[in-house]
Write a protein that binds this ligand. Structure first.
Ligand code: SAM
Ligand code: DTB
Ligand code: SF4
Length: 382
C-alpha cells in the first residue's frame, strides 16, 4: 500500500505552469454575481445568497479561479481519521451513530479509549499510505481531566512521526486548549454543523454559543481552527447561507473547513428521516463547497463524510468547486469511506497530487542527554 499516492512539495503560491489552464484566461470569466469583494469578511449575507443562486457552471468557474489564486492547482491535502473513543456519547446530535441517546436503535458497539500503541500503529500506516495529517476523534462531551495526559501523549507521539495532528474531542475550555497547543496540536476540529436557527433541530444537549466558545478558545490558543458543517440534514438553503455567514463573522475564517455530506445512519432521528424522505441533491453539496471556497479563499475546504456514496464525476465536480482536502482511508469514525484503491485510481485519473505534511513544532520537546540518559523538556520559540 505504501507510496501509492503521488506527493508534491507544499506551496501556497499559485503555480501557473502545472495548471494546464492559464490564470489570465480564467480571470476573464464574467458572471452576473455581485461585485466581487476581495477579502472574506467583506461578503455580506446577500452576497453569499447571490453566490448560491448562480448558474452552477458560473459558480464552479469562480470557485476554481479563486482556488487557483491562493493554492497550487491540482494539489490536495490528505488526512486519515481514527476514532480513539467510540460511542456512548452524552450529547444527542440527531445525525450521529455515536450518541448514547440513540444506542438502542443504532446498536453501535461502544469502545473505551484505544491504547496509545494502537493509535501510533494506525498513524504509522496512515503516513505510509501518503496522509499528511492524522485526525483523532473521541465521542466525548468534553475531555475529562484524566483524559488530558492521554491526548497530550498522542499528540506528541503522532507528531514525532512527522505527521500533522488534528483532534476532535468535544468542548474545550481555555486551559485545555492551551494544554493541547503546548503539546503542539496543529488543528482542532469542532463543527458548527448548520445555522444557529436549525441547530436546535439537530441537538438539544448543547448550544450554538457553546460551540462558538470552544472555537474561540482554540483560536486564542494558537491551534489552527477546523470547523465545518453537514449538508443534507433537512436544513434549507437559508441555513446553508447562514452557516457560511457564521464563518465570516468569526475574527478569522477557520484554516480548515470540512463540508460533510450527511451519511444517513439508520436508528438516528435525522438519518431515519432522510432515509424515508430522500436525500438532498449532491449538486447542492457541491454548490456549498464552491460558495465556501469563494468566501474563505485561503482555507482548506475538505470533502469529508459522504464520499463513499459518490461517483468519480461527482467527486471531480467537488474538486472543481475548490475542495482541496479529503479523508483518506477505508473508515471515517464509525462509517465506511471511499476505499484507498479507488482514491488512488481517482487521484491518478484527475491528475491530483498529495501535499507534504508540515507539522508545527510543539512548544515543548523531550530532549535526551546522551551522557546521563536524563530526559528533559525544552521549550521552543514558536
Ligand atoms: N464529539 C466531537 C464533536 O461532536 O465535536 C467530535 C466527533 S463528531 C463525530 C465530528 C463531526 O462529525 C460532527 O461534528 C459532524 O459534523 C460529523 N458527523 C458525525 N456524524 C455524521 C454523519 N452521520 N454524517 C456526516 N457527518 C457526520
Ligand atoms: C468532520 O467534519 N468529519 C469527520 C471529522 N470531522 C471528525 C467525521 C465524519 C464522521 C462520519 C460519520 C462516522 O463515521 O461516524
Ligand atoms: Fe457526540 Fe460528537 Fe456524535 Fe455529537 S457528533 S453525539 S458530540 S460524538
Amino acid at each position: 500500500m505504501a507510496g501509492l499516492l503521488n506527493i508534491s512539495e507544499p506551496s501556497s503560491q499559485q503555480n501557473a505552469k502545472n495548471n494546464g489552464l492559464e490564470p489570465d484566461f480564467l480571470t476573464d470569466i464574467k458572471t452576473e454575481a455581485t461585485a466581487q469583494p476581495t477579502s472574506h469578511s467583506s461578503y455580506s449575507r446577500d452576497d453569499i445568497a447571490r453566490l448560491f443562486d448562480l448558474p452552477l457552471m458560473d459558480l464552479l468557474m469562480q470557485a476554481q479561479t479563486v482556488h487557483r489564486q491562493h493554492f497550487t492547482a491540482n494539489e490536495v491535502q490528505i488526512s486519515t481519521l481514527l476514532s480513539i473513543k467510540t460511542g456512548n456519547c452524552p450529547e444527542d446530535c440527531g445525525y450521529c451513530s455515536q450518541s448514547g441517546h440513540h444506542r438502542d436503535t443504532t446498536k453501535l458497539q461502544a469502545e473505551k479509549r484505544i491504547e496509545v500503541d494502537k493509535v501510533i500503529a494506525a498513524a504509522r500506516r496512515a503516513k505510509a499510505t501518503g496522509s499528511s495529517r492524522f485526525c483523532m476523534g473521541a465521542a466525548w462531551k468534553h475531555p475529562s481531566a484524566k483524559d488530558m495526559p492521554y491526548v497530550v501523549e498522542l499528540i506528541k507521539e503522532v507528531k514525532a512521526l512527522g505527521l500533522e495532528t488534528c483532534m476532535t474531542l468535544g468542548m474545550l475550555d481555555d486551559q485545555q486548549a492551551a494544554q493541547l497547543a503546548d503539546a503542539g496540536l496543529d488543528y482542532y476540529n469542532h463543527n458548527l454543523d448548520t445555522s444557529r436557527r436549525y441547530y436546535e433541530q439537530v441537538v438539544s444537549t448543547r448550544s450554538y454559543d457553546e460551540r462558538l466558545d470552544t472555537l474561540a478558545h482554540v483560536r486564542n490558543s494558537g491551534i489552527n481552527v477546523c470547523s465545518g458543517n453537514i449538508v443534507g440534514m433537512g436544513e434549507s438553503r437559508d441555513d446553508r447561507i447562514d452557516w457560511v455567514h457564521e464563518l465570516l463573522k468569526m475574527p478569522k475564517a477557520p484554516e480548515s473547513i470540512p463540508v460533510n455530506l450527511l451519511v444517513p445512519i439508520q436508528g438516528t432521528p435525522i438519518g431515519d428521516k432522510v432515509l424515508a424522505e430522500g436525500q438532498l441533491s449532491v449538486l447542492e453539496w457541491i454548490r456549498t463547497i464552491a460558495v465556501t471556497r469563494i468566501c474563505c479563499p485561503t482555507s482548506y475546504v475538505r470533502l469529508s463524510a459522504g464520499r463513499e456514496s459518490l461517483s468519480d464525476a461527482e467527486q471531480a465536480l467537488a474538486f472543481m468547486a475548490g475542495a482541496n482536502s479529503f479523508f483518506y482511508g477505508d473508515k471515517l469514525l464509525t462509517t465506511g469511506n471511499a476505499s484507498q484503491s479507488s482514491d488512488n485510481r481517482l487521484m491518478r485519473e484527475l491528475g491530483l497530487t498529495a501535499q507534504f505534511a508540515a507539522p508545527r513544532a510543539p512548544k515543548q520537546v523531550p530532549v535526551l542527554d546522551a551522557m546521563s540518559g536524563h530526559q528533559s523538556q525544552v521549550v521552543l520559540a514558536q
